[in-house]
Design a protein around this ligand. Structure first.
Ligand code: ZN
Length: 275
């Protein structure tokens, strides 16, 4: 009986420690996230390049100036009022590591057929058309991700941070390593409901081989007709700060999508050109 109680106590203590650790990690994340806007340390915003080396910035100043020019009134309005997308370029919401969404952002969501994911209502029809037309040509898609809440994004980050901390990293080291791969809370386009990760059903791994599937090749060629762009193209990592993702498609409306995909510009460059 005594031993049982002892074990119970030990378990409780371990649980308490775990909670304390998680709280410390969460606090670390919060502090770092707040520092994000102010501190333009290049390393925070740079992705790993495809060959695995960490890119270095020429100057942190350039980055912050660029970000200031992006902070237009229109973007502010989109973040707070959630204006439905129209064909006007000022209605295209820019979400990246320098332009996070506010915590309060909640898109209008619809469930997408059999994939079990939710997406923003405004792109539902075009997305369904794209998937149906591709499938009519014999392709078989799988929608791996649609809307992801900020809470879920935070959980994903925390899990990875904790795993690194268990291996001896400090909270800040762990955070910096994790955000090379996973977007910080509020910086993921998936929180807008306007982004989807689509893969071939028979090859669902999000890696560099995904682009060789017929499904991805068809999507990259045809997505703009349905209002989608390949959001993180190859060779544009220095602008998007995200490694090439052959599977991540972002809805921007047909007019903008066609312009963007034809010009080969990123959303950042396109919006900057329109500002
Ligand atoms: Zn994605």
């Amino acid at each position: 009986m005594g031993r049982l109680r002892e074990r119970e106590k030990r378990k409780k203590r371990a649980r308490r420690l775990r909670i304390q650790k998680a709280a410390t990690a969460a606090l670390g994340v919060l502090v770092l996230a707040l520092g994000w806007k102010v501190v333009t340390l290049a390393i925070h915003i740079l992705p790993e390049s495809s060959d695995g080396e960490i890119r270095t910035a020429e100057s942190g100043q350039t980055e912050s100036e660029w970000s200031d020019s992006q902070e237009t009134d229109a973007q502010e309005r989109l973040r707070t009022e959630r204006t439905p997308l129209s064909d006007l370029s000022e209605d295209i919401l820019l979400v990246n590591k320098e332009n996070p969404l506010p915590d309060t952002y909640r898109p209008e969501l619809v469930k997408l057929r059999s994939y079990g994911v939710e997406v923003a209502q405004e792109m539902y029809e075009d997305l369904t058309d794209m998937l149906n037309d591709g499938e009519a040509e014999g392709l078989v898609f799988w929608v791996a991700s649609g809307y992801r809440s900020m809470e879920r994004q935070r959980e994903l980050l925390d899990e990875d941070i904790e795993a690194l901390m268990r291996r001896g990293s400090s909270p800040s080291e762990a955070y910096e390593e994790v955000v090379q791969e996973t977007m910080p809370v509020g910086c993921s386009e998936h929180a807008t409901g306007l982004a989807v990760d689509i893969v071939a059903k028979d090859y669902q791994i999000l890696d560099e081989k995904q682009e060789r599937t017929e499904e991805i090749q068809w999507l990259q060629e045809n997505c703009s007709r349905y209002g989608f762009i390949l959001r993180y193209p190859k060779g544009k990592e220095d602008i998007t700060k995200v490694s090439y993702e052959s599977w991540h498609f972002r809805y921007v409306g047909k007019a903008a999508a066609e312009e963007i995909m034809e010009s080969g510009l990123t959303l950042e460059e396109y919006l900057e050109g329109k500002a």
